[in-house]
Design a protein around this ligand. Structure first.
Ligand code: SF4
Length: 363
């Protein structure tokens, strides 16, 4: 697809939108919508950035526990095991170990960096539970990615947008880690290391339609070069009380719908994910536009990034998927085509074998 064609699609009106939806549907060759049953573990809410739309970040003085303890993490993971979750989603604020109080806390536990702690937690997860770690990594170095690959089934970092202009807007003016150059570098390093990767766009944070096009094309270029992007999330900005961007308008339903359809056309080799909890009323329409994955859905934990938006129950999600004409199928945090020794460590491949034999499945 050419730049101008994508732009025309994203700017389309009335009957042209129906044409776009038809076009997107014409390349659909599947009837399954996937999801990953997960548990969300916020290892720390401390973050060096301050994004204008964030409700996840907390300040050290406002939290009782700076870093979630190993015992608390294990309790949550064991509970998730009971609910047959397969994914342990580890999330944390970016480069929190640049903050003194976090560094002190890590040192008390005999770790130098948050990545070391995360490595240890991921390793124990593989040894003591039936879950596969997926880490939302933030900006980390190539060496750190390499280290975590050994104990993670997949990793993720939202590109959000390629526009450096946003670094001067309320969305990212206080967030050095949102420099698109750094994010692209991390996504590319994951590609060089062959780490199955989740990324995506955040829509409605002040970007122009042209900047959305550039962001999609940049991801296409990265995928053509490395082939490691397993899913692209199209996530809509949601206004929440108390955030700096509280008064910023949310993107319209049609803007998201068109972006989903265009992403599907541009990435026939990648899953397109729209989080159902951010789009309660409209999520079925995104399936009709080409989305084929609901992402992580948890029966045991809330979405700590969007705490005001609970995940729908899995059965309810299954019903709305069926009503839209599809089947809902569980997947692992790594997509099937990446389950091989080129992309996964021996430890992870062994764990997947265990999971398959435990559940009599062929994930
Ligand atoms: S959105 Fe992520 S990177 Fe930005 S402040 Fe919140 S936790 Fe940090």
């Amino acid at each position: 697809m050419k730049n101008s064609e994508i732009l025309d699609f994203l700017k389309s009106k009335n009957e042209d939108i129906l044409d776009l939806l038809k076009k997107s549907n014409s390349i659909r060759n599947y009837n399954n919508i996937t999801f990953s049953k997960n548990v969300f573990i916020p290892i720390t809410h401390i973050c060096r950035n301050s994004c204008g739309y964030c409700t996840f970040k907390k300040y050290p003085e406002d939290v009782a526990e700076l870093i979630m303890s190993k015992s608390k993490i294990m309790k949550n993971l064991k509970n998730a095991d009971k609910y047959k979750c397969k994914e342990a989603l580890f999330t944390f604020g970016e480069r929190s170990d640049e903050i003194d109080s976090i560094q002190d806390e890590l040192n008390k536990m005999k770790y130098d960096t948050m990545t070391e702690y995360l490595y240890h937690i991921s390793e124990v997860t593989l040894k003591e539970t039936e879950l596969l770690p997926h880490t939302n990594c933030g900006i980390i170095s190539k060496n750190e990615l390499k280290m975590l690959k050994e104990v993670n089934a997949s990793m993720g970092l939202m590109l959000e947008n390629v526009s450096p202009r946003l670094m001067k807007t309320p969305a990212h003016e206080l967030s050095p880690g949102k420099d698109p150059k750094l994010r692209i570098e991390t996504i590319e390093n994951a590609g060089k290391l062959k780490i199955p990767f989740t990324t995506g766009l955040l829509i409605g944070i002040g970007e122009t339609i042209e900047e959305r096009v550039s962001s999609l094309l940049k991801l296409r270029k990265i995928q053509d070069k490395y082939g490691h992007i397993q899913e692209i999330i199209i996530q809509n900005f949601r206004s929440k009380p108390g955030i700096p961007m509280e008064k910023h308008p949310e993107p319209s339903f049609l803007e998201i719908l068109k972006t989903v359809a265009v992403a599907n056309l541009l990435f026939p080799d990648v899953s397109i994910q729209v989080p159902p909890n951010l789009n309660n009323e409209t999520s079925q329409m995104f399936l009709l536009a080409g989305a084929d994955d609901w992402g992580g859905v948890s029966p045991v934990s809330k979405d700590f990034v969007n705490p005001e938006a609970p995940w729908p129950e899995i059965e309810k999600l299954r019903n709305i998927t069926f009503e839209a004409g599809f089947n809902m199928v569980e997947r692992l945090p790594v997509y099937k085509k990446y389950i091989n020794s080129e992309f996964l460590s021996e430890k992870i491949l062994k764990k997947i074998e265990d999971i398959n034999s435990r559940y009599g499945a062929n994930f």
